[in-house]
Design a protein around this ligand. Structure first.
Ligand SMILES: NC(=O)c1ccc[n+]([C@@H]2O[C@H](COP(=O)([O-])OP(=O)(O)OC[C@H]3O[C@@H](n4cnc5c(N)ncnc54)[C@H](O)[C@@H]3O)[C@@H](O)[C@H]2O)c1
Length: 324
């Protein structure tokens, strides 16, 4: 499976390395509009540059990995689908719901696949939580509550602060991971609302803090808090079930403190597992699974429909009356 990566910033380099590390994927071309980024990436990755149209027209390229700022996701995804390429696009799918619907409609008409990056699904603690839930360890799920964030320093004065390029702030940057996980565990949320604010980074075009509350049609709830002023790598969520409780805890840096605690009501005991010693490789694992699904012609996860549902949840928050 031959990949081209478009966008060679801090995340594009990580994604490119994950593709190179994957046993089944091959990185054959890279692209960025910034020639300095291209030069540095060629030195690091030892993969040739190709211009955009040549990537689209290259019959040898099976997958385009989109790692550009959010504003460019829509056009690159649609161009890629029109050129009969599969797409692996970094979250969020788009800047807003109307762009997301446009992409979704194109993807549904295409024989090719669009998957959105959601590497948190591949954290050891999250995978373990998923297995506990699937084995019915804590019964029927009633609620998800999560918190996520980082200190925001890396984004200072970058495109992440510009609404026209990003579409929004912390909710699109990291809150979307919690929304994806809420759905991964509990399914579709059909109502929701939220509050956005700027508690630390002032005079920027997007929010640095967001809270959201959502409900499924069965009355299960998700509440999330995300911020650009938390400890770097902060990640935490809890699942409450009819027969127990799970707590996934990366509060002291996800990539160094990946832990899970759970309790089964009738046994009245607490259990835990610590994955701190496992070298993080969620980016590679999700690329491996993406390739496997493509080869076996199975639906990718998160699918384009999953990504659209996350964008609907984001829209519930941004369109809440309290946000003016
Ligand atoms: N999965 C995750 O956890 C995760 C983490 C960080 C970022 N991301 C996502 O990855 C994407 C990139 O974020 P980043 O932090 O790497 O940003 P970045 O600013 O570090 O890099 C973006 C790169 O894209 C290039 N670029 C801009 N427009 C382009 C175009 N039209 N064609 C080709 N290249 C173009 C820029 O020159 C830059 O090198 C964003 O959508 C972001 O939300 C995902």
């Amino acid at each position: 499976m031959n990949f081209a990566v478009i966008g060679l910033g801090s995340f594009g380099l990580k994604r490119a390395q994950a593709i190179k590390d994957s046993n089944q994927g091959k990185l054959v071309a890279i692209n960025d509009i910034d020639q300095l980024k291209v030069k540095q990436a060629i030195e690091k990755l030892k993969v040739p540059f190709k211009n955009y149209n040549d990537i689209l027209n290259d019959k040898n390229i099976d997958v385009i990995s989109v790692c550009t700022p959010n504003k460019f996701h829509k056009n690159i995804i649609i161009d890629s689908l029109n050129s009969k390429k599969n797409v692996f696009c970094e979250k969020p799918l788009a800047r807003n719901l109307s762009e997301a619907v446009e992409i979704y409609n194109h993807a549904k008409k295409s024989k090719n696949i669009v998957q959105i990056g959601s590497n948190h699904r591949y954290f050891e603690s999250v995978k373990y939580a998923k297995r506990l839930v699937e084995n019915d360890t804590i019964g029927k799920l009633l609620s998800f509550t999560g918190r996520i964030g980082h200190n925001g320093e890396r984004l200072k004065n970058s495109w992440f602060w510009k609404k026209d390029i990003s579409g929004g702030g912390t909710l699109l940057d990291n809150g979307c991971h919690l929304l994806d996980l809420s759905r991964y565990f509990l399914g579709d949320f059909n109502t929701g609302k939220g509050i956005i604010s700027n508690s630390y980074w002032k005079n920027i075009e997007v929010e640095d803090t967001a809270c959201g509350m959502f409900s499924t049609k069965h009355g299960q709830t998700s509440t999330i808090f995300c911020s650009w002023r938390l400890m770097s790598g902060y990640f935490f969520f809890e699942l409450n079930g009819t027969d127990g409780y799970i707590n996934v805890d990366g509060r002291f840096d996800t990539h160094g403190g990946d832990k899970i605690f759970w309790s089964i009501s009738k046994e009245k005991k607490f259990l835990s597992k610590d994955f701190s010693d496992v070298k993080p490789n969620s980016y590679k694992q999700e690329i491996d699974q993406f390739i496997k699904n493509l080869k076996e012609k199975k639906e990718c996860s998160p699918s384009i429909s999953d990504a659209l549902e996350v964008m609907k949840m984001i829209d519930f928050v941004y369109s809440s009356k309290s946000n003016g």
